[in-house]
Design a protein around this ligand. Sequence first.
Ligand code: NAD
Length: 358
Amino acid sequence: MSVFSHTDFDHHELVAFKDDPASGLKAIISVHNSSLGPATGGCRMFPYASDEAALSDVLRLSRGMTYKSALAGLALGGGKSVIIGNPHQDKTRKLMLAMGDFIESQGGKYISAEDSGTGVSDMATMSERTNFITGLMDNDSEHGGDPSPITAYGVYCGICSAVAYKGGDLQGLRVALQGIGNVGYYLARHLIRSGATVYASDINRRNIDRAVNELGVTELALGNVLSADVDVLAPCAMGGAINTATIDSIKASIVAGAANNQLATSEMGDALLARGILYAPDYVINAGGIIDVYYQSVGNHDVDVVNEHVNRIGDTLSKIFKRSKADSTSTSIIADVMAEEIFKQPAPNFKNSETVAA
Ligand code: NAD
């Protein structure tokens, strides 16, 4: 298995491997870039088909965290870790303690948090062995622990920004959500409270029923959501919703949702631009969770301060939209360029949000 010549290797600062037979832990920690601050990102547990697939995932995800935190205006670098294993079968206390030891052995170069396959209780176990864990707070339903409510608030702010950029407002706006799970539910609630009409599809009957019964969401058939006659399409399920098979049927003039990796390929960003569809880059609009984690990690978790920072996702998107128009370049490419302008040349004494807000 090659590392330096791996297609996803991007001059990562650190890639560490752990094989601990005593606990069964097989894990990788990856630090992409720490020029803005300690590399921070979730610990994912997944039954990867191969070591190669795990390495690819951790390299890609840690790089993504560098871009996300930079554009979120956070003094954090990009890092991620993966545990190779099935979270439903292989998770033991011994394994989580061993992961805590592995994180501790990096001396603070990598700070971990929950991710898919791990939760707050796993982080609590790891924190018995290391101080380099954040996102442990579980103090109320909107902040700490489950990042979905604050992520949803950020996506809501991003949708408001995109709609305002197009000259509209939320009253009477029609929004279609593909996936109404954790983030989708809270997003729909914000939108409906602001006067929007929300449509949604979900492969999970329980989730769609909850949204219909509790929020008054209108159900759409699974095959109709991406082509729905709405103003905003919000992908909130899995990645790759915007692809060669779906792009031509999109009727919404805005694509703005929580899902990671919404564009199946980078060409989809150009295709959306060519069709006059305004795309809110996924890692910019879904940064609410890492913003919340940042304030927990620096021990300054004031809910108003966090909300105010998350609110600025809208300002960042507005800058991206304007520059995309001025340069006739897709918003996804502009976002990458703007992130690189921040983390490749960090201002002296970089403090959260100063660079993006400037
Ligand atoms: P979730 O699993 O709670 O919700 C996803 C929902 O999508 C589920 O209800 C699932 O049944 C549904 N779904 C899956 N495939 C579907 C399909 N083809 N059509 C319709 N529905 C489908 O996940 P979540 O936490 O709400 O996250 C949603 C997305 O946002 C994910 O892509 C996630 O990576 C991303 N994201 C989440 C957070 C967070 O704070 N939770 C942060 C950043 C990004």
